[in-house]
Design a protein around this ligand. Structure first.
Ligand code: ADP
Length: 168
């Protein structure tokens, strides 16, 4: 007999700062969307991190890169992640893992979130090998110093980064 929840839409939330979105993030989105009926990319608008791109810019960049996927939505949130996940009636948080140093932070965050709401699971997707060294932080540094960021971000993001550092 089908369980009642079997008919429910399975919504996944992929939260992050995305300052700016990289090819590594896009790879997680492309592979992650196959796991859910709907994948919501949730851009953290909280102010705990100083960002280069404001929240509207970050949303716009991701939206333009993912508009080819019908089951991906891009939104911002400024509450506790768990509250946002509940509000969306989702049950799964998707995060990416690159290197060992990601693990400690991600592990802690997943455990804290589980304490806050045990019904919400965090799932991790391992980076594609070629994107393992790709992080928004390093990309901003490369762009600031006038380096070529094209292996790490899309042409649109590369242009926006260039614009940010013009005349610096
Ligand atoms: P946060 O500030 O919340 O860590 P990020 O925008 O840096 O947000 O990253 C969002 C998520 O995407 C995190 O789980 C991060 O580990 C993951 N991620 C970032 N870059 C990559 C990559 N190159 N490959 C796989 N996962 C990645």
């Amino acid at each position: 007999m089908a369980r009642p929840e079997a008919s429910k839409k399975h919504i996944g939330i992929y939260p992050g700062t995305f300052d700016p979105v990289t090819r590594g993030h896009l790879d997680i989105i492309e592979r992650g969307l196959k796991l859910f009926d709907l994948l919501i990319v949730a851009v953290a608008a909280g102010f705990s991190k100083a960002t280069l791109f404001d929240v509207d810019e970050r949303l716009e960049l991701i939206r333009r890169e993912v508009k080819k996927y019908p089951n991906v939505r891009v939104e911002s949130f400024d509450t506790l992640l768990i509250e946002y996940v509940r509000e969306k009636k989702a049950r799964t948080v998707l995060r990416g893992l690159r290197v060992m140093s990601d693990f400690e932070y991600e592990f802690q965050m997943a455990l804290i979130n589980r304490k806050l709401d045990a019904s919400i699971e965090t799932v991790f997707m391992m980076t594609s090998e070629s994107y393992a060294p790709v992080s928004s932080r390093f990309i901003k540094e490369i762009a600031r110093l006038g380096g070529d960021v094209s292996p790490f971000v899309t042409p649109l993001v590369a242009r926006k980064l260039k614009g940010k550092f013009k005349g610096v």
